[in-house]
Design a protein around this ligand. Structure first.
Ligand code: ZN
Length: 507
């Protein structure tokens, strides 16, 4: 066991060194440094992969009684060690099935693809990204095949989904999403027949330095420990862990859009709080990780939406925001602000979407991914398919000849450029998990709303730590949900929250 822990620690150090270079690539790397950085990352990914897949790892796992059928190993071991074995076994089996040359080549292609995507997005040039996209789809399909998906009843896409959400396949997700799509589309239609809130005061200039200064205060306010993390800017907001005490988040700023930068900071802080909250006994080990991407999203979206877009939160914080922007918010009340930041208005950009239309953005991507990975849609057909679904689900017509048609459409997200097919559903599954957790949290802490209004998050942090963070990835997502709420995954708590909140907002 000691030898296995040593391998795990070394692998983790390599992972985090890679993360440091990736973080740098997305924040400060000068454009011409990209190609050599891709080489550096490919080299390190190769070394990390070899370290994990050495025959010694397999031998040690077997000696501890861990196998594909019995990943948790010898029943006489302590529970913590058995959970460690389960996670190591999963990682090892995943990694050992990928040939080292394939891993190195994929990492190199990924670096180049990301750089090409960033340029293509800037220039609204899908054609420039197309060859990279084709490569990334090929890599994703090959990966699933190496893992043994795509034969029998499982699909290649199931194999990709399983990376992010263990135990959840496209059929199961499809059932949940079909219910969501219908109920949310119906609600959206109703809302569009109502009087929209006054948002005129948001259409002003908000100097970027002021936005950045407010966001530092905001991070302190919700309990982000800036001695263990930091905030920078990047094209696409993200959270990345460079060490147990070094969790970094990014946002982006637009001078005429205050909400984008601000809510990204709350969202990414939610991810960071989870990463910062793993207990000491998991520190530095593979168990100090989120239970899944969707569970991670349940945490970020809990802070962003359930807390960050609630009335009590802004009753407490709006006066501070007003101090930062006294002219822009002269005569604006917390109530005006609350209604404005919850305006339901379908738009093109997923990360800026309201809570009602957000899931529709994700369902659109899920359906396109299914087709791309199955080979039912060719990559060059993607922009047209994107426009068609955008019209169908969000009611927005994209003019193919407009100067940002693809930049604000099919090129808006980084995921496909990194080969992260199967990731998008996590956002919506995260909403579902999050609202099921919230329901339990409200039962356990009846003063929830009052605490939020008072800016007093101590009890909420403690609850999250004791109930969710403490497990790291010791439990599978479904086990964690069962343990916390006693239920399987359901759409109702999320839909009740959405229909309740927006029913009230729109009378
Ligand atoms: Zn997120």
């Amino acid at each position: 066991m000691e030898k296995l822990h040593a391998i795990d620690r070394e692998y983790r150090h390599l992972e985090r060194t890679i993360a440091a270079l990736q973080w740098d690539q997305e924040t400060y790397l000068p454009p011409e440094g990209v190609e050599e950085r891709a080489e550096q990352l490919a080299l390190l990914e190769g070394i990390a992969h070899r370290r994990l897949t050495e025959p010694e790892t397999g031998k040690l796992l077997a000696e501890a009684g861990s196998s594909a059928e019995n990943p948790r190993g010898d029943a006489s071991l302590p529970a913590l060690e058995r959970d460690f074995l389960r996670v190591m076994r999963r990682r090892y089996d995943r990694a050992v099935k990928l040939p080292p040359d394939f891993v190195t080549a994929s990492a190199r292609a990924e670096g180049l693809s990301q750089a090409a995507w960033a340029a293509a997005r800037q220039n609204n040039d899908f054609a420039a990204f197309l060859p990279h996209l084709r490569t990334m789809i090929g890599i994703a399909r090959a990966k699933a095949e190496y893992w043994g998906f795509g034969s029998g009843s499982s699909t290649r896409y199931d194999g990709l989904l399983d990376i992010y959400e263990p135990g959840m396949g496209e059929a199961e997700i499809g059932v949940l999403f079909a219910v969501l799509r219908n109920r949310l589309a119906a609600l959206l239609k109703k809302i569009q027949g109502c009087t929209p809130p006054d948002t005129s005061f948001l259409k002003q200039s908000f100097p970027i330095e002021q936005q950045a200064a407010f966001n530092q205060k905001l991070m302190d306010y919700i309990g982000f420990n800036r001695r263990r993390g930091r905030l920078d800017t990047s094209a696409h907001p993200f959270t990345i862990t460079l060490g147990s005490d070094d969790i970094r988040i990014t946002t982006r700023y637009f001078p005429h859009n205050l909400l984008s930068g601000l809510f990204s900071v709350i969202h990414e802080s939610g991810h960071a709080l989870y990463e910062m909250g793993f207990p000491p006994e998991l520190r530095g080990a593979c168990l100090a990780d989120g239970a899944s991407m969707a569970i991670h999203e349940s945490q970020s979206r809990f802070w962003e939406n359930v807390i960050g877009r609630s009335r009590p939160f802004w009753d407490g914080l709006f006066p501070l925001l007003q101090n930062f922007f006294p002219e822009q918010f002269a005569g604006v009340s917390a109530g005006h602000w609350y209604r404005a930041v919850n305006e339901v208005k379908p738009s093109l950009i997923r990360v800026d979407a309201d809570e009602v239309s957000y899931s529709l953005h994700v369902i659109l991507r899920f359906e396109l991914e299914q087709q791309l990975i199955a080979g039912a849609l060719e990559p060059e057909e993607l922009p047209a398919a994107w426009r068609e679904k955008t019209k169908e689900y969000l009611g927005i017509e994209i003019d193919a000849s407009s100067p940002r048609s693809d930049a604000d459409g099919v090129l808006q997200d980084i995921h496909w450029s990194m080969g992260s097919f199967g990731y998008f559903p996590s956002y919506v599954l995260g909403n579902l998990y999050g609202l099921q957790f919230t329901r339990k949290l409200r039962q356990d802490i009846p003063a929830f709303d009052n605490l939020i209004a008072a800016g007093n998050f101590g009890q909420i942090h403690t609850w999250l730590k004791d109930t969710i963070y403490r497990w790291g990835c010791r439990l599978e997502p479904a086990e964690l949900l069962q343990k916390v709420t006693g239920e399987p995954l359901r759409v109702e708590p999320f839909l009740e929250y959405i229909e309740g909140k927006y029913g009230e907002l729109y009378h």
